[in-house]
Ligand binder design. Sequence first.
Ligand SMILES: C[S@@+](CC[C@H](N)C(=O)[O-])C[C@H]1O[C@@H](n2cnc3c(N)ncnc32)[C@H](O)[C@@H]1O
Length: 263
Amino acid sequence: MEHKEYKKLHAEWYELVAAGIDHSKEIDFWAKCIKESGEPVLELGSGTGRVLVPLLERGFEIVGIDTSKDMMDRCLAICKTKGLQAELHEQSMLEFDLPRKFSSIFLTDGLGLFTSDQDIRATFERVMAHLKLGGLFVFYFELVISKGNAGTTGNKWGSWNGDWVKGPDDVVIAWRHRQKYDPNTHIWNSLFTIEKFIGGTLIETEANERVGRYFTVDEAMNYANSAGFEDIKATDSFTEDPPSNASKEIIVRCKKPAKKLDY
Ligand SMILES: C[S@@+](CC[C@H](N)C(=O)[O-])C[C@H]1O[C@@H](n2cnc3c(N)ncnc32)[C@H](O)[C@@H]1O
């Protein structure tokens, strides 16, 4: 599979930006899910370990899969400096095959990675096959942009925007992207360009083509229902509050049936 995103500079950018944000509320939420449903845990698309590493630090047994070697190498390097043992597999969530089952599986970043229903169905089938009976599947997604909801990145479709972040050793990473959104399919795409400077001199550039999708709550619940999950519950992200008009990000929790079903 050829990857057009999450390459070397993108991975460095992702790690630097994530390090500057307080994710503790989100990590508390995932930890609560694990306490309720149990271990081992599998994170789909574990990336640089933004979620996986703090959960390992809290003592949970969590395994990651990802298709980007650059993202996984960063995760492994962080684990090494922290003295943590990480089990990562370079596999796609669309077709992963691991030799054990999990009590909890998380798609942390989330349903929006998929633009086709077929890929969602394939992933949910793999999740079902890797969950223990009664196991918990939790996935995140961003809501369809509506008049009252300009999305998590603001409604800047069609115009270039960007920012920069400082790293160690006089590194500056600047990025810009121009996003296009199709209100009919709820699919967005963007060209995400990154420039790395050291001491003010441009030393590396990279372009990542990014694509993603927004969903309605009903669509997300239907995917889970069609895949055979039960106890399906949607909440405002990382809370126990039901989705509201102000919601932008949603979490869906659902379970594999506790009894084996004859399909
Ligand atoms: C935005 S990052 C999120 C990383 C991490 N979950 C987090 O929340 O910080 C998305 C990750 O999903 C991975 N990814 C994308 N498509 C994938 C696929 N089909 N199978 C496995 N990983 C995938 C990317 O390589 C990237 O590391």
